[in-house]
Design a protein around this ligand. Structure first.
Ligand SMILES: Nc1ncnc2c1ncn2[C@@H]1O[C@H](COP(=O)(O)OP(=O)(O)OP(=O)(O)O)[C@@H](O)[C@H]1O
Ligand SMILES: [Mg+2]
Length: 274
């Protein structure tokens, strides 16, 4: 819907990206020769039913899973994350928040250590304790968390909503170029869900971050996205602006998904966000 963003450069793209699991009769082609382009500041949604290959695609973009074929082009060159140093540099710019916030954290790290790790990843090792605390407090403030109340807690001592916010605080500190949000809001209630979306969109505006939302929710995709990709069995069956892909779909699959969403035209109410 924010079509002016379309003029921005493509900084990450994929050609014929493929991932297979297993072999012989047990072979699954989770991602089947897909092409895509992500631009700076763009909001993208990848929509598809369970098992369509969304998380597998995300993990390849993140460098957590090797492709079986095809290539990822990052900043004009074939992506190279072959060494630890190169991966570290890549992860300064390419980050994710996952479906299950519990899986994101090392359970033995308290909140202050989680945030301190972000400073380390960015190379802020020389800062004094006070300077570090300032940065951590700023990040917590951005997501309406009180650093003093949480710094000494373990992630499992936080509520689901607090944990989601902590994930966004990490992103605020890291300021990546690309954030992949794999169903980040499915575990929490509708009000927190709107708040979290609001925070992510604010971050997009502030730092021109690209966000890829991975979701089952085609209505949500319509309201927040510039570009929508629809996946079915590892294949991108529809792509375009939110209006093109969702209001004027070409594929039968998209039409069927839309048939399951009778209230797609009902606007989201972000004003209830706190
Ligand atoms: N590590 C793995 N080993 C074997 N098969 C896998 C593995 N990971 C994913 N798959 C298979 O690849 C396909 C795509 O899985 P993926 O997790 O990418 O789907 P998804 O679109 O993210 O689904 P959901 O919406 O449920 O999260 C599925 O058939 C899945 O069983
Ligand atoms: Mg998934």
């Amino acid at each position: 819907m924010n079509n002016e963003i379309k003029t921005n450069e493509v900084f990450l793209s994929a050609k014929k990206l493929r991932r297979e699991f297993g072999s012989g009769d047990n072979k699954t082609v989770a991602v089947n020769d897909v092409d895509f382009e992500f631009r700076r500041g763009e909001i993208i949604s990848i929509v598809g039913e369970s098992g369509s290959g969304k998380t597998t695609l995300a993990k390849m973009v993140l460098g957590l899973l090797n492709p079986s074929g095809g290539e990822i082009i990052y900043e004009g060159k074939r992506r190279d994350i072959s060494s630890f140093a190169k991966r570290k540099l890549y992860w300064q710019n390419i980050q994710a928040i996952f479906q299950d916030p519990f899986s994101t954290y090392n359970i033995f790290n308290k909140v202050d250590a989680v945030l301190d790790d972000c400073l380390r990843l960015q190379g802020f090792v020389q800062l004094s304790k006070e300077e570090k605390f300032e940065k951590m407090k700023d990040a917590c403030q951005f997501v309406n968390l009180k650093f003093e109340e949480l710094s000494n807690k373990y992630p499992f001592e936080l509520s689901g909503g607090q944990m989601q916010r902590l994930m966004i605080a990490r992103i605020f500190m890291l300021k990546p170029k690309l954030l992949i949000a794999d169903e980040p809001t499915s575990m929490i209630d509708a009000c927190s869900r709107a708040t979290i979306l609001d925070m992510l969109l604010k971050l997009r505006d502030e730092i021109n971050m690209t966000i890829v939302f991975i979701t089952h929710d085609i209505g949500l995709a319509y309201y927040i996205s510039d570009t929508v990709y629809i996946m079915e069995h590892g294949v991108i069956v529809e792509q375009g602006t939110a209006d093109e892909a969702i209001l004027h779909p070409k594929s039968d699959y998209t039409k069927r998904l839309l048939g399951d969403v009778p209230k797609i035209y009902e606007p989201w109410d972000f004003s209830k966000a706190v």
